[in-house]
Design a protein around this ligand. Sequence first.
Ligand SMILES: *Cc1c(COP(=O)(O)O)cnc(C)c1O
Length: 428
Amino acid sequence: MIYKRSSELFSQAQKVLPGGVNSPVRAFNSVGGTPIFVKKAQGAYLYDEDGNQFIDYIASWGPLLFGHTYQPVIDAVIERAKRGTSFGMPTEIETQIAELAVKMVPNIDKIRFVNSGTEACMSAIRLARGYTNREKIIKFSGCYHGHSDSFLIEAGSGAVTFGTPNSPGVTQGTAKDTLLAQYNDIQSVEKLFDANKNQIAAIIIEPVAGNMGCVLPRKNFLKALRQICTENQSLLIFDEVMTGFRLAKGGAQEVFDIQADIVTFGKVIGGGLPVGAFASRNEIMNHLAPEGRVYQAGTLSGNPLAMSAGLAMLTEIENNSQVFDSLAKKTEYLHKGFEEILTKNNIPFRINRFGSMMSLFFTEEDVVDFASSCKSNQEKFRKYFHGMLAEGIYLPPSGFESYFLNDALSYEDLDKTIQALEKISKTL
Ligand SMILES: *Cc1c(COP(=O)(O)O)cnc(C)c1O
C-alpha cells in the first residue's frame, strides 16, 4: 500500500500540531510508521487520502456502534444544524436524551452532559469528593479515565500508599490524593482502605477494562468492590465511557447486575460527536450546581448538535437492542478465527474478549491486570499491526487498546480479516 499523501500531510501537520496530531495514540508512536490520514468513511470502511480502503476495527475508538455515516445519526445532525449550532440556553433535546438515558441505564435518576469522557470522569470524582467530604480516590493501574491531573498517576516506589505523577505538569499535591490498586486484586484495595480510614471518597474503575488492552473483571471482583465501598461509605464509580451503551443498553451495571453510585459515559453516548456525561441517583446528583454546591459547568455542554447525534444513537440502540447480540457474535467469530490460525502456527497468544471488545496479546500468560498486559510482546504486535494494515485491516495502533467492533462489519469482512492474519502469520 502507498501512503504518499498521508506521509506528506503528516509532515505538514507536524509543523503546526504537536506531534502532528491532536491526541497522542493517533501518531503511531508505539507501532512506528506514518499515521494514515482519513479522507472519508462509510459503514465498516475507512478511505485514506491515498485512496486505500481499510476495514475499521476502532470505529472512532468506540462511538460508532453501527459503523460510519449511520443514516439516522447523520440525518439528525444535518436537520439540527439548520436550526442553529449552539445557543448557551436550554433546549428540549437535552431533556429528551436525558429521559432516554435514565430509562436505559439502571440505577440513575439524573444525568449531566459534558463534552468528553475526560470531563465526565473529572467531574464525577469532584462530585464524589463533594458528596462524601473526603479527598482520596482509588484507581487501578492500567485503567484510563481521561487526561485530567488526578488520573495521570502511576505506582510510586512505596506503591502501597500513594502514587506519583506520570506526566510532567501533574503536581505531587494532586498525586497524593490518588491511590493505586491492581485490577482483579481485591487485597490491594483492602490494604488501601486499611491505610486510609475514612479518607476514601470513591473507587473509580473500568468495569471491563479497555485501556490496557481488553481485560475482564474476575468473577466477583466488581461485587467485592461494591461491598467494600458500601462498608466504608465510599462511592463506587463505574467509568462506562467505553462500556456504556456498548455491552448492553444499561452498560456494565446491567451486565454484571451491580449498582454503581456514579456512572460516567462518553464515546457511544455522543454517536460520534463530542459528548460525555455522568449520572447518579437524585441524592448524589442534587449536590451538583446549581442545585447543590459542587461546581461544574460548560459553555458547549448539552450542545444541540451533539445531543441530536447522541439522541439518534441511543434511540437506535433502544429500538434495536439485538445489536448487542449481533456484535457479540461477530466478535466471537473473529476471536475463534484468530485463535485457530495462531494455534496452528504455534504463536503464543491470549485473546481477551467481552461483548464487542477484544484484544490480542502476544504472551503465554493470562492477561488479568496491567502487569500481565505489559508482558505481552510489543515487537510482535508492531509486526502484526503493520502486516494487517498492509492487508487493509485497520487495528488500534497500540498493543494496549481494545478493538471496537461495529455492526456494519459483515461476516465477509471478518473472513477477510481472518485471512489477512493467516497470510501474515508466518512473519510473527
Ligand atoms: C476514552 C476514555 C476516557 C476519556 O474519554 P475522552 O472523550 O477521550 O476524554 C475515559 N475513560 C475511559 C474508560 C475511556 O475509554
